[in-house]
Design a protein around this ligand. Structure first.
Ligand code: HEC
Length: 189
């Protein structure tokens, strides 16, 4: 009899634990659950301002602006890209290609990704994602690469783009940075 009671206790404890796990799962599901986009390739962002109103501006002096860029703000700005991209090493392609190492890398840098013909045409003209090219692309993707399948209106604020490019770059040079950490920051960035 006392043996039965012991098992009752054990089963009771196990049931109780399972119940708690279920409740926590349900609750966190309620809090963190996010629906996948219903329609792929939609415009995630509205333009910051009316397109016609913007002025042609000179490209930033990257040697000056990158060392003082706000990496945390750049990471925050990357939230606008994350519906389609990640920038982690070895990360999978999504609606858009993985962006690890894209800064300074070749256009169409992911072999397995199905780029548009427009991007292939762009690559023939400008094969590298240098700072200026990235800056122009992120300002207004469809204007810089007409016909691109990157359905993103663009980021009109120059400092936000600088921060974002600096952060993207910092993702791929983290290790190198540790090795050369005795170099002055301006030589690394
Ligand atoms: C709605 C989805 C979407 C969003 C949001 C988006 N992209 Fe893209 N991106 C794409 C797609 C799709 C491509 C491939 C374009 C093509 O082939 O024409 C692409 C391509 C790129 C490329 C070229 C990569 C290469 O290998 O040549 C860069 C760089 C890039 N995106 C950066 C960004 C950044 C930075 C942001 C955020 C500011 C962003 N994208 C937001 C979908 C998106």
């Amino acid at each position: 009899m006392s043996g039965d009671l012991k098992w009752n206790k054990i089963f009771g404890a196990a049931l109780g634990t399972a119940f708690v796990i279920l409740v926590v799962q349900q609750a966190s599901g309620l809090i963190y659950h996010s629906e996948p986009p219903e329609k792929m390739g939609y415009f995630v962002d509205a333009p910051d301002e009316v397109a016609g109103a913007e002025q042609a501006e000179l490209p930033p002096d990257w040697g000056t602006v990158l060392p003082t860029a706000d990496l945390a703000a750049g990471e925050a700005a990357f939230a606008r890209c994350q519906a389609c991209h990640n920038a982690t090493q070895g990360g999978a392609d999504g609606i858009g290609p993985n962006l690890y190492g894209v800064v300074g890398g070749p256009v169409m840098h992911r072999a397995g990704f199905a780029y548009s013909d427009a991007m292939a045409k762009h690559k023939a003209e400008a094969p590298t994602w240098g700072y200026d090219q990235l800056n122009s692309f992120i300002t207004a993707p469809a204007r810089y690469v007409p016909g691109t399948k990157m359905s993103f209106a663009g980021i009109r604020d120059t400092q936000t783009r600088i921060n974002l490019i600096a952060w993207l770059r910092s993702q791929a040079i983290r290790l190198i940075r540790v090795w050369v950490s005795r170099m002055p920051a301006k030589d690394i960035l």
